[in-house]
Design a protein around this ligand. Structure first.
Ligand code: 13P
Ligand code: SF4
Length: 354
């Protein structure tokens, strides 16, 4: 079952993601006047319903801007969860992917949680079905189960701890110091990264992110040769060969912070290009360059933009506000168990000073 490097030979479902370009082409395009009218309606509905918009950095720039202009929030998955948990609104509108909406519901059962679309999956979540994962955990009862937030409520319910990329290294370092042996799921690249940094004993589930998996080392090397002064920023869901050349590895918020602080004027960024909106806003004097996903002769599938994040649009946001459809429900017995591991993440994050 276990190979020498701590990975597992369990069958991982093949995930077939939609094509990002097709998704974007299917979204209604508005004239400037129509867009103003749609945005005004969205803002009025948010106010009327005492609802707050919480958006991930990978979603459409218009949604991020509306979130900010209406007292909502734009952030990484940990801070989205924290913000939703602390905000007094009756309704949370979560623009992102399904696990983000479920996390909001796990933490806030009394709030109505809506999403612009319920079809916004994540290849890590899809690559870790609860039944196979439960069997795997049952085979390793001696291990502490730590899962990435990019998982279903059922998988979180089976876990001892949930983490996001912003605190994963520190939580596992802490558990390792306490003598825990870890079972990690689902992202193999992030798991391997944590293992390398902490030296913890970890068994790794083998799913991956369809966006970050596509960054290409050789083409990235060429770009680095072309721009020798550029710093390379990498999300830890990227393969080891890409992480190996990084100047900074971090969660989306940590990469934005690095973009602000680094002295380099040029930055090569290996994560979903939705982040460029906020990164450029926070680091206006920097030139941001997309890390390559294609390379010579190759074609990219997501082209560095998550197809499921791309499903969040002005159109789907207004529709959900008008209809109240796409509400997130989590079965109560699952929610209560998932809350235990998710609350541990929130509580652990509170103990960290930065
Ligand atoms: P962050 O927690 O860094 O925002 O990552 C979430 C995600 O889905 C990255 O692909
Ligand atoms: Fe999941 Fe990757 Fe999309 Fe993030 S970018 S939501 S990890 S598929």
């Amino acid at each position: 079952m276990t190979s020498e490097n701590g990975t597992v030979s369990i069958e991982i479902p093949v995930v077939r993601e939609p094509n990002t370009a097709d998704i974007l082409a299917s979204i209604p395009q508005y004239s400037a006047a129509e867009k103003r009218a749609v945005e005004a309606e969205i803002k009025a509905e948010l106010k009327r319903q005492n609802a707050v918009l919480v958006a991930h950095y990978y979603t459409d720039a218009d949604l991020q801007r509306i979130a900010e202009e209406t007292g909502g929030y734009v952030s990484d998955s940990l801070d989205m969860a924290r913000f939703g948990n602390e905000h007094p609104a009756d309704t949370l509108i979560v623009a992102g992917v399904r696990f983000m909406g479920e996390t909001a519901k796990i933490l806030n059962p009394e709030k109505r949680v809506l999403m612009p679309t319920l079809e916004a999956e994540c290849s890590l979540d899809l690559g870790c079905p609860a039944d196979a994962f439960t069997r795997f955990c049952d085979e390793h009862p001696d291990r502490t189960v730590v899962v990435y937030a990019n998982t279903s409520a059922e998988v979180k319910a089976r876990a001892d701890y949930v983490v996001t990329s912003s605190i994963a290294v520190r939580l596992i370092d802490h558990l390792d110091a306490e003598g825990h042996r870890i079972l990690w799921a689902p992202d193999r690249h992030l798991g391997r990264y944590i293992q390398q940094v902490t030296g913890a004993d970890m068994l790794l589930w083998q799913a991956s992110c369809v966006v970050h998996d596509e960054f290409k080392t050789r083409a990235l090397g060429q770009l680095m040769t072309q721009y020798p002064d550029a710093a390379v920023l990498v999300h830890p869901e990227s393969p080891a060969s890409v992480r190996d050349v990084a100047d900074v590895i971090g969660s989306t918020t940590q990469l934005i912070e690095a973009a602000k602080k680094l002295p380099n004027r040029r930055l090569i960024v290996a994560t979903d290009k939705g982040i460029f909106y906020k990164m450029q806003q926070k680091a206006p004097d920097k030139e941001l360059i997309e890390a390559p996903t294609g390379g010579a002769g190759a074609t990219c599938r997501s082209c560095a933009h998550c197809p499921w994040m791309a499903m969040n649009s002005l159109d789907s946001l207004l529709r959900v506000l008008k209809t109240g459809e796409n509400e997130i429900h989590v079965e109560e017995s699952v929610r209560v168990k998932a809350l235990r591991s998710t609350q541990r993440m929130i509580d652990f994050a509170k103990t960290l000073t930065d």
